[in-house]
Design a binder for this molecule. Structure first.
Ligand code: CP
Length: 315
């Protein structure tokens, strides 16, 4: 049922379809040889118009582990975009060579536009400050694996009653936009949005929570929110989205998670971060058993394997 489908924002897949993806990802994690040759003969185009480490490499690793191949660019400066080729034409070309396209682009809406010109599935690997749905798959799988009931088949069972805090740049952080949007589809999740006033979550996110009557709290006070949380989602202040360097410098260290701050946190808290980290999590926190961000990055590979196998119709 996912064969041939694009993923532009988390809401594109039903909750049942998301469960199928998570369950397959867990099966692959359990037995890394499962589907090892599943995508043999298939090609994935990775078109990255913005820098990436995790998303691009984990998609490439996912495709290679499935027995498929990849082609693409990590720097738009090496593509014909610099000669003025339109995104629509670039996508038409990539679609004529590959079975699926993964694209990151600084323009909001670029992935949706690409999907309209592509006869093969398009996966949004981040469109400006808008959405990053495969990071959300990664985040949800991590929550399921680390906070869920063992053996639970539905994510809904794992997130019910969770108190999730988002901290940092909630204005430009596309991973926050996608994850809060995705979690709001499940009942019983309470949100804490912790940010400086200038980096508050966009109005459209807050309005959607109001419409759905979802409980949330917007605050600038990290210490006050900390004891409440089951999941803490730290984010980097997105330097590349600021119009003015002075504002970035003033806001970049608004919240730094360190050992002292964690003294007030629950013992079974999980600390997530989409990475890359700059200053917002002190390195000393890496040793804390609650720090889950490196595990989270690895789950990203398994969930992308599951997604690729599903949209390419090999399962
Ligand atoms: N989380 C994430 O999107 O990381 P990259 O920018 O390194 O891909």
């Amino acid at each position: 049922m996912l064969k041939g489908r694009s993923l532009i924002e988390p809401g594109n897949f039903s909750l049942e379809e998301l469960d199928t993806i998570f369950n397959l990802a867990e099966k692959i994690e359990e037995d890394e040889t499962y589907l090892r040759e599943g995508c043999r003969g298939k090609l994935l185009a990775t078109l990255f118009f913005e820098p990436s480490t995790r998303t691009r490499l984990s998609f490439e690793a996912a495709m290679l582990r499935l027995g498929g191949s990849t082609l693409g660019f990590a720097d738009p400066g090496s593509s014909s975009a610099v000669k003025g080729e339109s995104l629509a034409d670039t996508i038409r070309m990539a679609a004529s060579y590959a079975d699926a396209i993964v694209m990151r682009n600084p323009k909001e809406g670029a992935a949706l536009l690409a999907s309209r010109y592509s006869p093969v599935p398009v996966i949004n690997a981040g469109d400006g400050g808008h959405h990053h749905p495969t990071q959300t798959l990664t985040d949800l799988l991590t929550i399921k694996r680390l906070r869920g009931k063992p053996g639970a088949k539905m994510l809904a069972e794992s997130v019910k009653g969770l108190r999730v805090g988002f901290c940092g740049d909630l204005k430009f952080g596309r991973t926050v936009h996608s994850l809060s949007h995705a979690l709001a589809r499940y009942s019983g999740v309470k949100f804490f949005f912790i940010s400086p006033d200038e980096l508050r979550a966009p109005e459209y996110i807050i309005r959607a929570l109001d419409r759905e009557k979802i409980e949330y709290n917007e605050t600038g006070n990290f210490d006050e929110a900390m004891p409440e949380l089951d999941v803490l989602y730290m984010t980097r202040v997105q330097r590349e989205r600021f119009f003015n360097e002075e504002d970035y410098i003033r806001l970049k260290d608004s919240y730094i998670l360190d050992r002292e701050k964690l003294e007030k946190a629950k013992q079974n808290l999980i600390i997530l971060h989409p990475l890359p980290r700059v200053n917002e999590i002190a390195v000393e926190v890496d040793k804390d058993p609650r720090a889950a961000y490196f595990k989270q990055a690895k789950y990203g590979m398994y969930v992308r394997m599951s997604l690729l196998a599903s949209i390419l119709g090999v399962v």
